[in-house]
Design a protein around this ligand. Sequence first.
Ligand code: NCD
Length: 307
Amino acid sequence: MAKRDLISITDLSVQEIDEILDLADRITADPAAYQDACAHKKLATLFYEPSTRTRLSFEAAMYELGGNVIGFSDAKSTSVSKGETVHDTMKVISCFSDIIAVRHPKEGAAYVAARSCDIPVVNAGDGGHHHPTQTLTDLLTIRREKGRLDSIKIGFCGDLKFGRTVHSLIEALLRYENVEYWLISPEELVLPDYVRDQMKAAGVKFHEIRSMEDALPELDVLYMTRVQKERFFNEEDYIRLKNIYILDEEKLSAASQDMIVMHPLPRVNEIEIDVDDDPRAVYFKQVRNGKDVRKALILTLLGWKED
Ligand code: NCD
């Protein structure tokens, strides 16, 4: 059987996505039933870029499936500092593990990683490009909170240029019916052309606007993002743009009572702490969903079959 990778969310069919979300639901309902499903298997987490949730939720997922974890969270302490390429590192690590999750600052690095070895490779974020496992987390959260993935009105707010979670989630939602998009950003941080072109080709309704307040009353889902400091070329631009959108309780009063507020986290200033207690804020639930959906993904890519 050919190995499966997850580099972009479009590597999975809609049916496969739905099956992974269904499996995540069964795992959440009865985690003990899966506690030995990955016994004697190893996940390698290779993080060339900072991470808290993604790496630790992958690792927690593998441990809870009865498997083990190897890897690094700082490439400086590895042979990368001696000049080893991604290609060679993957070839080597694939001798020691069954599946790899890789995060890298360069767009396309996960694709190169997948081409370099014969075990499944998961893109845990490649530069400002894609982040498909955050997308699975986001889809599971929307489905659990709203009961559907089609016919939703979703607003993406903040750094739509460098926010890889936004790019991957839009690519996923384009395959569901009747989703309408509000793209809320300053001029400097608008969505990249390649994503907008896909929206145009799909013929979906989308509105590119500057004001969060104008969009809020329309939305079922508000997806906030952090301005991606590490991808800016100069500090001045970052300082000028970093506080451009700040969601607080007052602004939220214009939104519907059943709108949900999502955020891939980490948050910097873009959501005031007082919003955390609002029942519409689901970003910490989102983190919890991330672990179970990664369990479902690991099982799927390793070809595990339910009894
Ligand atoms: C996101 C990422 O790394 O792209 N974080 C995450 O994985 N949950 C979002 C971000 O860093 O802003």
